[in-house]
Design a protein around this ligand. Structure first.
Ligand SMILES: [Zn+2]
Ligand SMILES: [Zn+2]
Length: 393
């Protein structure tokens, strides 16, 4: 019995390795070019590691992959170090350099910090007792702080005081794939050499516990949601050899952060980077699993008393309000779910919705898609909320 398990395990490992090698060697896969996005909608990925920490590629490799995946921006966050001194355009994509810092609560992405080193974090002393101080110290000031892999098996997030962060990863590739069973991998592996992004997409699960946590936080503060690739392009084979898997380009096509820029990009990296960071901070946008179906062009708005609010924005309840949603047209069966304060209030297979609301609250939508080739639905869109405030509140 043990021997049979061993043989099966060995065969599985060999198959996994062979398909991973094939996938890594493949240089190109067909993938739809983005449908023309609204001028203010940008797509990018958040949380990428390079050779400056435990990633397998250089900034040039990241830029080349971003170009192939049609990304407008990439947020690079190496462990406790900046991968470059300046934000910059490379190969047409904006590289925003941040870092992933180890703090008492876990791992925190720090983006747009003034100085990544030497400044003390704003943690209560009680929380720092018995724990190592971050090294180097976390950037303070008005940096955007994002809770990384809150449910990660290795380093889950521990301190849920909303004064310590502005955003959280509700989904993280590195957490998701570690939670998948060998069966999930067996189903995905045969596809890996031929359609790597589709293969990875089949491993995507709805992050139930992170979403529940986020819903609870939203009752306290407007914490923005981000889905991150946590891309390393590196699987260690031996001490000195590694496989660049999953390739940056495959992850970059799988899940993207769609941001609604409140201003026009000018080509200046600092200016344009600020637009992206403010959109991430303000929850002006949504996660789109574009490798499952192209999520460009989602429209969500609440209208109340003649005022219209979009994702991340607020409107005051004025004796009634309407929520209007239009999912991107993809020609496959979808499910659109509306949440009010974390509770499902509507679920529909229609791609558009015009819903009368019955009171103030935090309203957000999710969408799932059921690709024809699959027998189950996959997560597709997680949108940041629209806040409907009580009058005088
Ligand atoms: Zn981490
Ligand atoms: Zn990371």
């Amino acid at each position: 019995m043990a021997r049979r398990v061993l043989v099966a395990g060995g065969a599985f490992a060999a198959l996994a390795l062979a398909t991973a090698v094939l996938a890594a060697l493949r240089t190109h896969e067909p993938f739809g070019a983005p449908t023309a996005p609204a001028q203010s909608e940008w797509v990018g990925v958040v949380h990428v590691h390079t050779v400056h920490s435990d990633g397998g590629g250089t900034l040039d490799d990241v830029a080349a992959a971003a170009r192939e995946a049609h990304l407008d921006f990439v947020v690079v966050t190496d462990h406790n170090v900046w991968a470059g001194q300046r934000w910059q355009y490379r190969e047409g994509s904006l590289l925003i350099i941040g870092e992933e810092v180890r703090v008492p609560g876990g791992h925190l992405l720090v983006i747009d910090g003034e100085d990544p080193r030497g400044r003390a974090p704003e943690w209560p002393e009680s929380m720092l007792a018995d724990r190592p101080r971050p090294d180097p110290a976390i950037a303070a000031g008005d940096a955007l702080r994002v809770v990384a892999h809150p449910q990660g098996p290795g380093r889950p997030w521990l301190i849920w005081d909303v004064r310590h962060f502005e955003a959280m990863e509700i989904w993280n590739w590195d957490t998701d794939w570690r939670n998948d069973s060998p069966w999930d991998w067996l189903r995905a592996l045969p596809l890996l050499p031929f359609e790597p992004t589709s293969a990875l997409a089949r491993l995507v699960d709805r992050p139930d516990s992170s979403l529940a946590r986020w819903d609870a936080l939203l009752s306290e503060a407007p914490i923005a949601a981000i889905c991150s690739v946590d891309a390393h392009a590196r699987v260690a084979l031996t001490k000195n050899r590694f496989l660049p898997f999953p390739a940056y380009r495959h992850l970059f096509k799988l899940v993207r952060q769609h941001v609604l820029l409140d201003g026009n990009p000018t080509g200046d990296p600092d200016h344009d980077g600020d637009l992206v960071v403010e959109a991430l901070r303000g929850g002006r946008g949504y996660c789109g699993f574009d490798g499952i179906a192209d999520a460009h062009g989602l429209s969500v708005e609440v209208e109340s008393g003649g005022t219209v609010a979009g994702l991340g924005q607020r409107v005051v309840w004025a004796d009634g309000a309407r929520l209007r949603v239009a999912l991107p047209a993809i020609g496959e069966p979808t499910t659109l779910t509306v949440f009010r304060d974390g509770v499902v209030i509507r679920e529909t297979s229609e791609a558009t919705l015009d819903l009368e609301l019955f009171g103030p609250g935090v309203y957000r939508i999710e969408a799932a898609v059921r690709p024809e080739a699959l027998s189950r639905s996959l997560p597709w869109i997680f949108a940041n909320p629209v806040f409907v405030d009580a009058p005088g509140g």
